[in-house]
Design a protein. Structure first.
Length: 318
């Protein structure tokens, strides 16, 4: 099968599309024919070698942690999904690095699957799992409720676009940071207040917030704007013990726990129109395409999600 691989850690030039074996599935897995995947910051960080302490990967490595496609085979213990089902998922990270989603086929555990909403394309569906699940679970960790004030850093980014909408769906007042050029965009997603991070810091203009979702590493300022009893979570930095022990505030790091149940919650919101998917750009699964997709992600200026089309479907809207 065709897959984008790296043979060593480094810059985007390490990515190349080549032929590798189709993965075998276990009893609790399905084999997915991939229609699309997407790019997340973890992708280029992994390519650079920054995850070496977490995984013992064996080259060549296939990156990618978002998938949308159709099931073409099911393991003996899988009963809730069937051949032909259109699904999307954030698969587990393969401990040896062979089963990423930059490929025509990926093995996925059945408990990570959700059915793709009928009202979106495979390309749109691929833009949801990792970023959408992260937004949903971090807002849950922050215990966001109706009437509360929440700051969501980097509102125009892949996670931010979902976090703003989900927080608004919960009834929260949402502030976010964005460049001036993205002010109208994040407002259209539901942001009540937009802070231009080029002009002012959050600590200068915000105070008495119930929750802060940090995606930029602005830890001390984020903690400072919390009210007593407030909650802070970061997905972009390692906290010091002193920060974790901040008096009268809950300060923690957040980690995605991928599962199909939470993804189905997002699918329902997409189906009923309360969660919009924003695609920044679409690239083909070619050597030049996957390199360009990574380079776009590394600019940190993508508006929404960067998608990679693995193959063209007969019915593009399916």
């Amino acid at each position: 099968m065709k897959a984008a691989v790296i043979h060593q850690y480094g810059d985007s030039s390490q990515l190349e599309v080549s032929d590798i074996a189709v993965p075998a599935i276990k009893a609790d897995e399905v084999l997915v024919e991939n229609m699309a995947t997407s790019i997340n910051p973890i992708d280029y960080k992994a390519r650079q070698g920054l995850l070496q302490g977490m995984f013992q990967w064996q080259f060549p490595v296939v990156l990618g942690w978002d998938i949308a496609g159709r099931i073409i085979a099911v393991g003996d213990d899988v009963h809730d999904f069937h051949v032909g089902d259109a699904i999307f998922a954030r698969p587990d990270i393969d401990p040896i690095g062979k089963n990423g989603t930059y490929a025509e086929y990926t093995a996925v555990k059945a408990d990570k699957l959700a059915r793709k909403p009928d009202n979106i394309s495979f390309e749109a569906a691929a833009a949801v799992p990792l970023a959408g699940l992260t937004a949903l679970q971090m807002l849950r960790q922050l215990q966001v409720k109706a009437g509360q004030k929440v700051l969501i850093q980097a509102g125009a980014g892949g996670v931010g676009i979902y976090a703003i909408q989900l927080a608004k769906n919960l009834g929260a007042y949402v502030a976010t940071t964005a460049s001036h050029s993205n002010r109208d965009f994040v407002t259209s997603l539901g942001a009540d207040r937009v802070i231009d991070y080029h002009q002012e810091t959050i600590a200068e203009v915000l105070s008495d917030y119930d929750a802060v979702f940090d995606m930029v590493g602005d830890i001390d300022n984020g903690i400072a704007i919390l009210k007593p009893g407030g909650h802070f979570v970061t997905i972009s930095a390692t906290l010091t013990e002193a920060q974790k022990q901040t008096a009268n505030k809950t300060v923690s790091e957040g980690w995605l726990e991928t599962n199909g149940q939470d993804l189905a919650i997002l699918a329902d919101a997409i189906t009923d129109g309360t969660l919009e998917i924003v695609v920044d750009s679409v690239y083909p699964l070619t050597t030049d395409g996957i390199r360009a997709a990574h380079e776009r992600s590394e600019t940190h200026h993508a508006r929404g999600k960067i998608v990679v089309k693995v193959k063209v479907t007969e019915l593009e809207g399916e």
